[in-house]
Design a protein around this ligand. Structure first.
Ligand code: PHE
Length: 490
């Protein structure tokens, strides 16, 4: 196209871009685009901007050009024998059509009959308006008189438009073809000095940059990083949670959860069939766990039932990360001297739940554990105040709750300003002596702990109502790409 334009200029000296569009049967915009690339090659042509007034049809004008004027259509709707005016007025655009047809002298109202009838006054008509608009449509508006144009403009059948185009002439560097422009300055060009003779392509600073391809962090990972940061700031260390499969022993028995507890049912827990059982447990500790369940001890009467090893050996997908906390506390208790601990974990847990908008069979748990001499419920509440403040949550309330392994236990509620209500965000408590003493945690040491899900705060922060929009096969990958790297709503 560029060469066609240059050739035309060579033969004719000058050309308007509009004329070129017509000649080459291309959209005007395409000619303008080609002009830009010619200009990018140097001063091959000069382009002088021209604005011309043009007249074009309005949407209504286009309709009239195609289907006839309102007055002509109304005239055609009047039968030989006449028609009641009220009837005629139901016709589309009848109001304009009627008054124009009357003033054209095409129809009249016969008042001799009752009710009066509209009748044709002339046997046939010529639809000049349609003919004129057809001319405008093909660019021949100059064949209309100024009066006609004014009339159609008033009737909103035509309108003025400004067409911007360019008048092209040969430029000082005129050539019949585009030079191949250099895009890179090379060492060769510099040493030979040839760069002086070459033409370089100019930079296009308006070009849109290409977005770099990269991975994106899922919102859950971003919120996990925030929680991790908070724990680290508060002096906690992370527990190793890299085992999804756990034995019932560490998931339940070590936590003083009786073997007949409903959570240990296949309805609530995913049991693993291969390998179905675990075999290695610290033997003396296992015996103490058995005793505390079946007979009691440490001031407790236990549950008084026949504790079975087989039940404790059953493998499962861990239902909470508290199983890992139990392992870590047991490990700490085996040290020569007990040292205070602050531990946390954020990892996946599994529950055989009925799936709905807010529940999945797997989710992440955020868990904090502090072990020290003489800790109380007051310490737990104080730690929460600090922990949740760092999350931007300052209004907390607690409700007594029950866990087999904590006493007292508290559900944690926070006020959500966006939702305008109190919502449950976590569960907590002071671990029972029946859990700690068999491990060997010394008398006088208390362990306070809490757990919450990672999904719930993430849904709140990112405004999801359905967990399936956040996790699982229906997740929109664009959501992952577009979710902000940081949020300033703390
Ligand atoms: N394990 C509890 C849960 O799954 C959370 C929790 C952790 C409660 C620690 C008390 C102490 O909900």
């Amino acid at each position: 196209m560029a060469e066609k334009i240059l050739k035309y200029l060579h033969d004719n000296g000058e050309a308007s871009t509009l004329k070129l569009a017509e000649l080459f049967n291309e959209a005007h915009q395409k000619i303008i685009g080609t002009l830009k690339s010619i200009q990018a090659n140097g001063d091959l042509v000069t382009a002088e901007p021209v604005s011309e007034k043009n007249i074009e049809l309005t949407d209504e004008g286009k309709l009239v050009a195609k289907e006839g004027s309102h007055e002509a259509n109304l005239y055609k709707a009047v039968p030989e024998s006449g028609i009641a005016q009220a009837e005629l007025m139901k016709f589309p655009n009848a109001k304009v059509g009627f008054s124009k047809a009357m003033s054209n002298g095409w129809i009249f109202v016969d008042k001799a009959v009752n009710p009066p009838l509209v009748k044709r006054k002339v046997p046939n008509i010529t639809d000049l308006v349609q003919d004129h608009l057809k001319l405008v449509d093909v660019g021949k508006h100059s064949e209309l008189t100024d009066k006609e144009k004014a009339e159609y403009k008033k009737r909103k059948l035509i309108q003025e438009a400004v067409i911007k185009s360019f008048l092209l002439k040969k430029g000082p560097e005129f050539n019949l073809s585009l030079n191949k422009l250099e895009t890179d300055l090379t060492a060769d060009m510099l040493t030979s000095g040839n760069w002086k003779n070459l033409k370089f392509k100019s930079y296009n600073f308006d070009a849109l940059g290409a977005p770099p391809t990269s991975g994106f962090l899922h919102p859950l990972l971003k919120v996990r990083a925030e929680f991790r940061q908070i724990f680290l700031e508060m002096g906690f260390s992370e527990m190793p949670t890299n085992n999804y499969v756990e034995s019932s022993f560490w998931n339940f028995d070590a936590l003083f959860q009786p073997q007949q507890h409903p959570a240990r049912d296949a309805h609530d827990t995913f049991f693993v069939s291969d390998p179905q059982y675990s075999n290695k447990f610290p033997e003396d500790y296992l015996q103490r766990v058995k005793t505390v369940h079946s007979k009691g001890g440490y001031g407790s009467q236990g549950y008084r039932y026949d504790w079975k090893l087989k039940e404790a050996q059953k493998n499962l997908l861990r239902t909470h990360t508290t199983a890992v906390s139990a392992r870590m506390l047991y490990k700490a208790a085996q040290e020569k001297e007990f040292k205070p601990l602050k531990l946390f974990s954020i990892d996946k847990v599994f529950r055989n739940e009925t799936l709905d908008a807010t529940h999945l069979a797997e989710f992440h748990q955020v868990e904090g554990v502090i072990a020290d001499y003489g800790l109380t419920l007051g310490d737990l509440i104080g730690v929460f105040a600090e922990f949740f403040k760092k999350l931007g949550i300052t209004e907390l309330e607690f409700k007594p709750a029950y866990n087999p392994y904590t006493e007292p236990s508290m559900e944690i509620f926070c006020f959500h300003p966006g939702l305008g209500k109190w919502i449950e965000i976590g569960n907590s408590g002071v671990f029972r002596p029946e859990m700690l003493r068999p491990m060997g945690i010394p008398e006088g040491v208390t362990v306070i702990a809490w757990g919450l899900s990672l999904e719930r705060p993430t849904m709140i922060k990112y405004g999801f109502n359905n967990i399936r929009d956040l996790v699982g096969p229906k997740v929109d990958l664009e959501m992952v790409q577009k979710s902000p790297i940081c949020r300033l709503n703390k």
